[in-house]
Design a protein. Structure first.
Length: 287
């Protein structure tokens, strides 16, 4: 794949407010005028896919007790756990006609190349949307497209606490009675640091992935920052969508009889911003 022009690269993250992080993600997809690659991290949150029912994906009581939040993303796929040891990458390509399958392949190939440059020589792409090392998942991706733009984002396990992941994500499906919801596939996982036996900084990954993607796309990397318009639209998206129970707890009513009242109340507690997170938004609004 080749072309000419700029690949805008942003490190734009608000780990302390996971809901705003996801709002900004959708704004980049909808509004980016240039090919844009974003890197970011979340702190202690389960991110579920657009079509998932929260009670089937998260142990809400465990998550509440551990201070872990719940937020729904605008793309499909399964539930993932984010902490500061997880690096997220997101690519928006306006004016591109790539299919979902082609876009996964382009991004995955670049990520595999980037991992190889850091010493993860056995990484490979497993279609449709996983990157593995020796059969262990190290990164998963999700995507969407419209007639004039393509979007792919992924989560890479760098130094995440895997023990927490297994505590908060539901493995058992005995209670699953309605097959219409997207289920998260249970897979064994590993981390970049575990594979390499050393600590890899987020900055190393940012540089390696951006350079590999620039070569795949035939674009020149240009590091930048969010502009005021993007931030303002993300604030509106946050307030109207990502901070609401209507969005994050969609599809709960369909399986309400499968969970206790305590679990339901815990879901409501973790699926909306805390007072501290709301104060963060107030400060951001004033800047």
């Amino acid at each position: 794949m080749s072309g000419s022009g700029i690949l805008r690269v942003l490190v734009a993250e608000w780990p302390e407010n996971q809901f705003f992080n996801l709002a900004f993600e959708e704004v980049l997809y909808l509004e980016s005028k240039l090919p844009t690659l974003r890197f970011w991290r979340n702190d202690k949150v389960v991110v579920i896919g657009r079509f998932q029912s929260p009670p089937l994906e998260i142990n809400s009581l465990e998550a509440r007790d551990l201070g872990i939040k719940l937020v729904r993303r605008f793309t499909g796929g399964g539930a993932v756990y984010h902490d500061l040891g997880n690096v997220n990458y997101a690519l928006t390509l306006p004016n591109h006609k790539l299919s979902i399958e082609e876009s996964f392949s382009v991004v995955a190939s670049a990520v595999v190349e980037a991992l190889g440059s850091l010493g993860v020589s056995k990484a490979y792409y497993r279609p449709l949307n996983d990157i593995e090392v020796d059969g262990l998942k190290i990164s998963g991706m999700a995507a969407c497209r419209t007639h004039d733009r393509v979007f792919v984002h992924g989560a890479m396990l760098v130094s995440s606490d895997i023990s927490i992941l297994w505590r908060v994500l539901k493995i058992s499906r005995e209670k699953l009675s309605d097959k219409k919801f997207t289920q998260s596939r249970v897979k064994r996982v590993t981390t970049v640091n575990e594979v390499l036996g050393r600590t890899v900084s987020p900055e190393e990954l940012y540089k390696a992935i951006s350079e590999a993607l620039s070569r795949r796309l035939g674009l020149e990397v240009e590091w930048g920052a969010p502009d005021n318009t993007e931030l303002r639209k993300a604030l509106n998206m946050y307030k109207g969508k990502y901070a609401t129970l209507e969005w994050n707890l969609k599809y709960v009513d369909e399986v309400r009889d499968l969970i206790s009242d305590e679990e339901y109340e815990a879901l409501k507690a973790i699926a909306r911003p805390s007072k501290h997170q709301e104060r963060f938004i107030e400060v951001l609004s004033l800047e």
